[in-house]
Design a protein around this ligand. Structure first.
Ligand code: E4P
Length: 214
């Protein structure tokens, strides 16, 4: 399972790129707003920081507007992927962009039916939102598992990005569910490295080494 960062904050991305663990990045209009910068400023910087896909979301809700925005965004860098909402106009845009060789990430996916429609329109990626499903009492991880299995059953090559991840359990469960990618917020990525026994064990090793030098 590849790790993407779910943020538009370049300082946060730089920190984890240094760890060597970040393959790609997903952004959305809320994350861009949180960064305090514009999409036009941030996306080229992020695209230069990672080798893998960087999702930039369109804000138009009609097919023509989405396609126009997508063509401009795709020109920023070869690794920019266009995030399109899972609505009828979005599917139409995905079909056009896919025919032009522009990769898409269909976002705001909350059901297997939506995932199938997105894949059928030619989406490169689909993003089921697991945290938001959990929020309404549904099982987000199970949806990821079901989409992965259904795509396998039919040889569908669209990759599944587990999105709206809120905690370590989500990361570990979507790994078991077979997600191709998890897009992880910075706070959760920070938690992934931590274990008290690692800290305790390292302190002991260093103490024993120091004692052996006396
Ligand atoms: C990523 O593609 C999504 O936009 C993001 O994971 C949504 O996360 P949220 O539900 O925490 O806003």
């Amino acid at each position: 399972m590849k790790i993407f960062m779910d943020t538009a904050n370049v300082d946060e991305i730089a920190r984890f790129v240094d760890w060597g663990v970040v393959y790609g990045v997903t952004t959305n209009p809320s994350l861009i707003a949180k960064s305090g910068r514009s999409q036009a400023e941030v996306i080229p910087e992020i695209a230069a920081m990672v080798a893998g896909p960087v999702s930039a979301e369109v804000i138009s809700t009609d097919c023509a507007g989405m396609v126009e925005e997508a063509r401009k965004l795709a020109k920023i860098a070869a690794n920019v992927v266009i995030k399109v909402p899972c609505i009828p106009e979005g599917l139409k845009a995905v079909k056009i962009l896919s025919a032009e060789g522009i990769r898409t990430n269909v976002t705001l996916v909350f059901s297997m039916s939506q995932a199938l429609l997105a894949a059928s329109a030619g989406a490169t990626y689909v993003s089921p939102f697991i945290g938001r499903l959990d929020d309404i009492g549904e099982d987000g991880v199970q949806l990821v598992k079901n989409i992965v299995q259904a795509f396998k059953n039919y040889g569908i090559t669209t990759e599944v990005i587990a999105a709206s991840i809120r905690n370590l359990t989500h990361v570990e469960q979507v790994m078991l569910a077979g997600a191709h990618i998890a897009t992880i917020p910075t706070k959760v990525l920070e938690q992934m490295i931590q274990h008290p026994l690692t800290d305790k064990g390292l302190a002991q090793f260093l103490q024993d080494y120091a004692n052996s030098q006396k």
